[in-house]
Write a protein that binds this ligand. Structure first.
Ligand SMILES: C[S@@+](CC[C@H](N)C(=O)[O-])C[C@H]1O[C@@H](n2cnc3c(N)ncnc32)[C@H](O)[C@@H]1O
Length: 279
């Protein structure tokens, strides 16, 4: 006999848990893919909790548990110059074009910077190419941002940094640890930001939002891509992660500028009109 699967009924206890978490942390679990449910449960079980109310009590009464909860859900995996070939395209194909749209200091934004490796890589990109660059680096996770600001990394995390840059912009601390130098650090400003609810910086010439969109629902992704497009100047670029290709990028006023890189082509008004016409 044919078996039909019906969508699961929403669990009122889980719905309440999500509302309480949103109120407490500002993180709306509804905006993420449904798979986040599994992670919520794995952590709940590993803390020996069998009810949402006990789990919530732990999260609300202990700041370390709250941090651990957010860290576990948001996954901070990253490295310097992650996917080196993408960085070669940035250096060789994208950077020269960005210099043409703005004289003086460029603003690059690492949106979802985790522990800072991507943000410092952007600053190194500018230093190595002798292009004046300031970097805004944002994340929702305070613990990750704190580690990013300290800027201390293990030898294997900096394996993709050019040897000359390692000598120039890192200080050896012993025990295989390296710290970013003040010259590199002063190029980067870290800021807590929830991409799903906070306002965006004005007119960064380049946005890197890599390996963040994969966690969001389709609806949240659409909202985010529209917001990214609206804050870019014409000619500015958005780079996403290697599994995050944007389908229908023209709807957002973007054109392809290379694998996983998109360039803003029209003003936001024009792109809004265009998406209204294509509805
Ligand atoms: C896998 S890391 C990506 C790090 C880096 N961009 C890279 O590609 O190597 C994903 C980051 O997205 C952040 N994140 C998740 N949801 C977020 C949100 N709503 N607002 C801002 N950052 C968020 C997480 O805290 C995490 O640090």
């Amino acid at each position: 006999m044919e078996r039909r699967t019906r969508p699961a009924e929403p669990d009122p206890a889980y719905e309440k848990f999500k509302r309480d978490i949103a109120e407490m942390t500002g993180v709306d679990l509804n905006m993420y893919k449904p798979q986040i449910h599994r992670r919520v449960h794995t952590l709940m079980a590993s803390w020996g909790q069998t009810s949402y109310s006990g789990y919530l009590k732990l999260i609300s009464s202990d700041i370390n548990r709250r941090r651990a909860f957010l860290e576990y859900l948001t996954i901070n995996v990253t490295e310097f110059f992650r996917n080196p070939s993408r960085w070669a395209s940035l250096r060789e194909e994208i950077l020269p074009g960005l210099r043409e749209i703005k004289a003086g200091n460029l603003l690059f934004w690492s949106a979802g910077c985790a522990t800072g490796e991507e943000a410092y890589s952007l600053a190194l990109l500018g230093l190595e190419a002798r292009v004046p660059v300031n970097v805004l680096a944002s994340d929702i996770d305070d613990g990750a941002l704190k580690r990013a600001q300290e800027g201390v990394y293990r030898e294997e995390q900096v394996k993709n940094v050019q040897p000359e840059s390692l000598r120039k912009y890192f200080i050896r601390k012993g025990d295989g640890l390296l710290q970013v130098s003040p010259i590199l650090r002063e190029k980067v400003r870290f800021q807590r930001m929830n991409l799903l609810s906070d306002s965006f910086p004005r007119q960064p010439q380049l946005i890197l939002c890599r390996n963040v969109l994969i966690y969001f629902s389709q609806e949240s992704k659409e909202i985010l891509l529209r917001k990214f497009s609206e804050c870019l100047p014409v000619g500015g670029c958005l780079m996403v992660g290697n599994t995050e290709q944007i389908f229908g990028y023209r709807r957002f006023g973007l054109e392809s500028a290379g694998p996983f890189i998109y360039r803003k082509t029209a003003t936001s008004e024009e792109s809004r009109e265009r998406s209204a016409c294509s509805l």
